[in-house]
Design a protein around this ligand. Structure first.
Ligand code: FES
Length: 55
């Protein structure tokens, strides 16, 4: 199943059809090729996957 999402990313409007099982990390790295965000520990302890969200 997919969901269409829209958001502002680094001052660019993004609209994307995402699979419901994707993580934000997967979307950023694998689909949008923004590889600055990384997976470290994979369980919420190291902060390598942290993304700053502002409204
Ligand atoms: S990879 Fe997310 S907190 Fe470590």
């Amino acid at each position: 199943m997919t969901t269409k999402i829209s958001f502002l990313l680094n001052n660019n409007n993004i609209s994307y059809e995402v699979q419901d099982h994707w993580t934000l990390l997967y979307l950023l790295r694998e689909e949008l090729n923004l590889i600055g965000t990384k997976e470290g520990c994979g369980n919420g302890e190291c902060g390598a996957c942290t993304v700053i969200v502002d409204k």
